[in-house]
Design a protein around this ligand. Structure first.
Ligand SMILES: *Cc1c(COP(=O)(O)O)cnc(C)c1O
Length: 386
């Protein structure tokens, strides 16, 4: 089955006549006999109904649909995208280990590595996203995981995932990838050498800016129990209401992403020609340094990109952002609406690709002609400021 068909037909639950699996809320799950209760507890305690924390029918349906889309062994759900990253890292390491993390990673990951992995005796080294096979120089005997994010969600640098995976697997290290930007719809992370595919479902899977959820899809059985154990032992559960919303969003992922892509391509092509724009950071543009890798490995691009803005001053930047009428100012992205924020990030292993003011745009499902008119009037107001 092709992806659009999977999105429509998988994760539909078994016995219901309802199109969408209902919200099944529970803490206690009842068993008809003591024997069945005890056997369920002893067997793989995370397969099937056992206790509300580990999921009910709603979660199982979402897991099934995500696994079909990711093409992996199974998918674990967690309450946020950040939890998906921390769980995946914890599943791969023990005291004395070392991890490699892309310098363009999602910001809070640095804090987790520096405060919490360090406290567990796990060291972190950041790598230049452009390292490719050259990442080998950073490996130590105790390196057990490499965390990629391609493109980075603030600086939009691609990584050569197959080249990094070949090196990592030669050193018995797992490859983790935050694939939130492309989603498994536009990039088959697991088929390109990734072992644990991470998704902030909060973004495009939910798709409506009203749900927090994350997922970790594992390539093969080897990673399933380590991931599930971390989730269970830390006590992470996902609300069935959130699973319901995520599954509802997932149904239209393909339709929405194609529209985000078309709109973003139109807006970025227009932006590239503006004198106020030094550079648009979007790997789907032939002018982008990540274009060759994107074209080789990905089948599409989403609606999020960076703009290196030649604003004459910080005050002028503020006028530009505040003058936009169709763009919300706020964190997160992946919903139906356009958003703008300054791109704030830390670098320790490589240079920032921005030379001027760093901003990040998410292009929603509005008509791109209206978005362009809005950007143009905001540029005009900005240009009147010194
Ligand atoms: C938002 C985001 C996350 C974190 O997701 P939350 O659900 O907000 O915790 C992780 N990675 C990327 C790339 C993100 O954009």
């Amino acid at each position: 089955m092709k992806k659009d068909t999977k999105l429509t037909h998988t994760g539909r639950g078994e016995d219901w006549q309802l199109i969408n699996p209902p919200v099944a809320r529970a803490s206690t799950i009842l068993f008809p006999t003591l024997k069945e209760f005890e056997e369920n507890g002893r067997a793989d305690r995370f397969t099937g109904l056992h206790y509300g924390l580990h999921g009910t029918h709603t979660a199982f349906a979402l897991e099934e649909a995500l696994t079909a889309l990711e093409g992996g062994y199974r998918t674990a759900l967690v309450p946020s995208g950040l939890a998906a990253i921390t769980v995946a890292l914890l599943a791969c390491v023990k005291a004395g280990n070392h991890v490699l993390v892309a310098d363009c990673c999602y910001g809070p990951v640095r804090r987790f590595c520096e405060l919490h992995l360090a406290r567990l005796g796990v060291a972190t080294t950041y790598f230049d996203p452009a390292a490719g096979a050259g990442i080998e120089a950073l490996f130590r005997p105790e390196t057990r995981a490499v965390l990629c994010e391609a493109p980075g969600s603030l600086t939009f640098e691609m990584q050569d995932i197959p080249a990094i995976a070949a090196v990592a697997h030669g050193h018995d290290a797992a490859v983790l990838m935050d694939n939130t930007w492309a989603t498994p719809y536009f990039f088959d992370a697991l088929a390109h050498g990734v072992d644990l595919s991470i998704q902030a479902g909060t973004k495009y899977i939910g798709g409506h800016a009203d749900v927090m959820i994350g997922s970790v899809a594992v390539k093969d059985e080897r990673w399933w129990q380590p991931v599930r154990d971390v989730i269970a032992d830390y006590g992470y559960g996902v609300s069935p209401d959130d699973c319901y919303l995520a599954l509802r969003g997932l149904r239209t992922l393909g339709a929405r992403l194609k529209a985000h892509q078309a709109n973003a391509l139109e807006v970025t092509s227009w932006l590239e020609k503006r004198p106020e724009v030094a550079r648009v950071l979007y790997p789907a543009l032939p002018s982008d340094p990540g274009y060759a890798i994107w074209k080789r490995d990905f089948t599409g691009a989403s609606g999020l990109f960076g703009v290196d803005l030649r604003a004459p001053s910080r005050a002028a930047l503020e006028v530009f952002v505040d003058s936009l009428e169709l763009f919300g100012i706020g964190s997160s992205w992946g919903g139906f609406e356009s958003l703008i924020v300054p791109a704030v990030f830390k670098r320790t292993a490589s240079r920032s690709p921005f030379l001027n003011h760093a901003i990040r745009l998410h292009i929603g499902l509005e008509d791109p002609a209206d978005i362009i008119v809005d950007l143009e009037q905001a540029f005009n107001k900005m240009n009147q400021v010194k």
